[in-house]
Design a protein around this ligand. Structure first.
Ligand SMILES: *Cc1c(COP(=O)(O)O)cnc(C)c1O
Length: 370
């Protein structure tokens, strides 16, 4: 048997009837952008996150970018202000910052959790620092209690990149409710995935919500009256309808991911494979199950030979990308080592026990005589 990295077909097949009914509802309605499905999803997702506002947008990158743009319109951020961000994040976090003429300050993660290290964040604060953008990488919440304390002391905004952490919980609060504002992605592979692109901004801040509501729709609150030079980044009715179906199953899916992760952590016993560290069971929504291995490429080949697909998140860190040549001289040894060692094992809400066992057995056979 081959174990795919993630079968989106299997994930969505379980809700096929509900998804078809929702799609039919939209098709028959005759209204396809900015309608009842979006308003209902925004209400439901805000309630799920435990915040006052959710604003649907076109994708996760736009969600992050429009939060920063909204704060600029409010005067809370200005060109050239510094934003602290984990060095080992996905490129989108940086793109949102630099697209807004802000300066990303890359901070090394805690190698044990892959998340921002609060002590290093504090050391990176300068007179130009205005915000911290923690990324709940791989689905595990960053140390938001420590980061919030630092942010309060230095009067910084905290903007969560929650694109991988739908459903993670700390102190009874979900991802999205742990900072001043948060950006989510509903890319099909994410924990809450649409059947196309989608994203959302969530916040308790009424003024920010009003700004991003306008910014996503040509900077307009009233048709043909343009307060800002906005963009077109809307979550369409079909995707909102798909997301309403899937939101109702999100907690079950997170529990299934947590179950797969528990089995891996109990079952994988190999001195060459370092298992992910968990700061608390509910804090991790297991978007990805990422192990470390000094011989990562050989492990990946070995798993492939045993029918197990794996992926690398991510092979090249942002500061080594051609797109960011201005950051090339940065020395970030922890980040660089992690990018050489990380490997993501298959995980998802539709994995069979046999598939989980096959992954465990393949990992445990790595490095042993055949
Ligand atoms: C997926 C992702 C994004 C961007 O989301 P898109 O919907 O693909 O634009 C941003 N940050 C992180 C950490 C992500 O994983």
């Amino acid at each position: 048997m081959d174990v795919p990295f993630l079968s989106l077909r299997d994930v969505n097949a379980r809700y096929a009837d509900e998804l078809r009914a929702a799609a039919s509802r939209v098709i028959d309605s005759g209204w396809y952008v900015m309608g009842e499905e979006l308003r209902a999803f925004e209400r439901e997702f805000a309630a799920y996150c435990g915040v006052a506002h959710a604003v649907g947008v076109g994708n996760g990158l736009d969600a992050l970018s429009l939060i920063l743009r909204g704060y600029k319109e409010l005067g809370a951020l200005r060109d050239g202000d510094e934003v602290i961000v984990p060095a080992n994040t996905f490129i989108a976090t940086l793109l949102a910052i630099t697209a807004n003429q802000l300066v990303p300050v890359l901070v090394e993660p805690d190698a044990a959790t892959f998340n921002l290290d609060p002590a290093r964040v504090e050391a990176a604060i300068s007179p130009r620092t205005r915000a911290i953008m923690p990324v709940h990488l791989y689905g595990q919440l960053a140390d938001m209690a420590s980061l919030s304390t630092i942010a309060r002391q230095h009067r910084l905004l905290v903007i969560e990149d929650a694109a991988q952490a739908h459903g993670a919980v700390a102190d009874r609060r979900r991802a999205g409710a742990l900072g001043d504002a948060a950006g989510f992605s509903f890319f099909p592979t994410k924990n809450l995935g649409a059947l196309g692109d989608g994203g959302a901004i969530v916040t308790d801040n009424d003024e920010l919500a009003a700004r991003v509501l306008a910014l996503r729709n040509y900077g307009s609150e009233v048709k043909y009256q343009h307060l800002y030079q906005g963009c077109n980044s809307r979550l369409d009715e079909i995707q909102a309808a798909m997301l309403r179906v899937k939101l109702a199953h999100l907690d079950d899916e997170v529990a299934m991911r947590q179950d797969v992760a528990r089995r891996y952590r109990d079952g994988i016993r190999n001195a060459q494979i370092l298992l992910p560290q968990v700061a608390g069971e509910a804090r991790h929504a297991w978007h990805l199950f990422v192990v470390r291995c000094g011989e990562r490429d050989r492990l990946q080949q070995h798993l492939h030979a045993h029918g197990v697909q794996s992926q690398v998140h991510y092979p090249v860190p942002p500061h080594r990308q051609p797109a960011y040549s201005s950051l090339h001289e940065l020395r970030l040894p922890i980040t660089e080592q992690l990018h050489d060692e990380v490997l993501s094992l298959p995980i998802g809400p539709a994995m069979s026990t046999a598939a989980i066992d096959q992954v465990i057995n393949a990992c445990n056979a790595f490095g042993r005589a055949p």
